[in-house]
Design a protein around this ligand. Structure first.
Ligand SMILES: [Fe+2]
Ligand SMILES: [Fe+2]
Length: 399
C-alpha cells in the first residue's frame, strides 16, 4: 500500500479546514495541521496521526454540550458530510498500514493461560507508578498533571466509544460479557456515573475545559498514537481477538495505575473530584476477571490456541503502547523542568488562533525569540529549548 504523500495530506488538511466553517464547536473542529516541510519527519508523523484520529472520530456521534449560536444542524451536517467522510476513508487504510501495523508484534509462543498468569504477576509486582512518584517531588505538579489529563483526553473524554464499536454484532456468550463491561463504562445508564463524565469532573477540578476535542492542538504524537492504536483495534472487526487482548491488558493495568492517581489526588488535590480514578481502581478488578473468565477462556476453548495467540498479540500491543505513552509523558515533563525561562500553564485559546506546530527537529533557530506552548504544561520563552525534548513532543508557536 502506498504511503500517504505530503501532498495528499495537504489536500486533506485543506478539505477538513474548509468544511468546518467559521469557529466550529470544539467537538466538530476536525482540522489537522498542514504537513509543512518534508525536512521534518517528526512533524509529518504527527500530522498523519492527527489525520488518523479524525478518521476515527468521524465514526461516532458527537454533540456539543452547549447549543451553538447558529444552531447545531449546520455544523453537525458539515461534520458528517458524505464527501468529508469519504475523504477520510480514502486515506485511512494507508495511514493504518504506515502508522499502526508496524507496532503489531509476532504471535508469542505462550498459551493464553500462561501469558495471563505472567501478565498479572508482572502488573502486581510492577512497582510504583513512575509519573505519580515523580509528581510528588516537584512543586509544579499541577501543571504536569494538567498535561497528563489533556494528553489522555483524546480517548478518555469519549471513554469506551472505541470498545463499543467492538461489541455490535453476533458472536456468542462472550459478547454478552463484553456488553456488561461496556455498560459499566457508560455508568449503567446513569449519566453522572458515565466514566467520560467522571473524567470531565477531574479536568474541571484543574481548571480545564472539559469539552471533547477542546485541546486537540495540544495532543502530541504519542498521545495520538495511543488513541489511534486503541481505535485501530476496535474500528476493525478483523481485530476482534486483539481487541480482547487490549481489554485483557488494559483492565488489569488500569486498576493499578488509577489507584496511584487516586492516591496522588487525595494527597495533593483533595478538593478535585477523583471519582474517575477511585471508580476504576475498584471496578477494573471485576472487569479484568470478566475478560479472563468469560471472554478469553471460552473463546480459546471453542476456537483453539490460535485465537489465544491473537489475544496475546493485542495485549502486548497494548502493554507497549501504554508504556511508550507513559514514558514519553514523564520525559516531556522532565525536559520542561530543565527549561530556563518559562510561563506555567496554558496560554490563551489553543484553537483560535491555531499556532503553528513545531517539533524538536524543526528549524528552531529561525524562531529564536518566539514563545512555544508545550502540551498543557507551559510556555517556553525561547523556542530553541524545544530541541532538547523527546522527538514526539509538539510545541505550538504563540502569535
Ligand atoms: Fe472506564
Ligand atoms: Fe473497565
Amino acid at each position: 500500500m502506498n504511503a500517504v504523500t505530503p501532498n495528499a495530506l495537504a489536500v486533506l488538511a485543506d478539505a477538513l479546514g474548509g468544511r468546518t466553517g467559521e469557529a466550529p464547536p470544539a467537538v466538530y473542529d476536525s482540522r489537522i495541521d498542514a504537513p509543512g516541510e518534508a525536512a521534518d519527519p517528526a512533524l509529518s508523523a504527527f500530522v498523519k496521526h492527527q489525520a488518523l484520529m479524525r478518521c476515527y472520530q468521524a465514526r461516532y456521534v458527537l454533540l456539543p454540550s452547549v447549543a451553538p449560536a447558529g444552531g447545531v444542524l449546520g455544523p453537525m451536517q458539515r461534520h458528517y458530510d458524505a464527501g468529508r467522510l469519504q475523504a477520510l476513508d480514502a486515506v485511512r487504510p494507508a495511514l493504518e498500514a504506515e502508522l499502526i501495523a508496524p507496532l503489531v508484534g509476532e504471535a508469542p509462543a505462550a498459551t493464553a493461560t500462561d501469558y495471563i498468569e505472567a501478565m498479572l504477576a508482572g502488573i502486581r509486582g510492577g512497582g510504583d507508578n513512575p509519573f505519580t512518584v515523580w509528581l510528588a517531588t516537584t512543586e509544579h505538579r499541577d501543571d504536569h498533571y494538567r498535561n497528563f489529563l489533556v494528553q489522555s483526553s483524546p480517548d478518555l473524554l469519549a471513554e469506551a466509544s472505541a470498545s463499543a464499536l467492538g461489541v455490535v454484532g453476533e458472536f456468542g456468550e462472550p459478547q454478552s460479557a463484553l456488553f456488561r463491561i461496556l455498560i459499566d463504562e457508560f455508568g449503567y445508564g446513569s449519566y453522572p456515573k458515565k466514566h467520560s463524565i467522571l473524567y470531565r469532573a477531574a479536568m474541571r477540578g484543574f481548571g480545564l475545559d472539559d469539552e471533547y476535542n477542546a485541546y486537540w492542538p495540544l495532543f502530541d504524537t504519542e498521545a495520538l498514537r495511543l488513541h489511534n492504536v486503541i481505535h485501530w483495534l476496535f474500528q476493525n472487526p478483523r481485530n476482534l481477538f486483539k481487541q480482547i487482548g487490549f481489554l485483557l491488558y488494559a483492565e488489569a493495568a488500569y486498576q493499578r495505575s488509577t489507584q496511584a492517581h487516586y492516591r496522588h489526588l487525595t494527597r495533593f488535590n483533595p478538593t478535585v473530584d477523583a471519582r474517575y480514578f477511585g471508580e476504576h481502581a475498584h471496578i477494573d478488578l471485576h472487569h479484568s476477571r470478566m475478560v479472563i473468565d468469560e471472554v478469553v477462556a471460552p473463546l480459546v476453548a471453542k476456537f483453539g490456541e490460535a485465537v489465544g495467540a491473537e489475544v496475546i498479540v493485542g495485549a502486548e500491543l497494548t502493554r507497549i503502547a501504554f508504556a511508550r505513552a507513559g514514558d514519553h509523558l514523564l520525559a516531556v515533563s522532565l525536559a520542561f523542568e530543565e527549561a530556563r525561562e518559562v510561563t506555567w500553564g496554558v496560554e490563551g485559546d489553543v484553537r483560535n488562533p491555531l499556532g503553528r506546530p513545531v517539533t524538536p527537529r524543526s528549524d528552531l533557530a529561525a524562531l529564536a525569540s518566539a514563545k512555544v506552548q508545550v502540551g498543557a504544561i507551559g510556555v517556553l520563552h525561547d523556542a530553541r529549548e524545544l530541541a532538547r525534548f523527546p522527538t514526539a513532543t509538539i510545541g505550538r508557536v504563540l502569535a
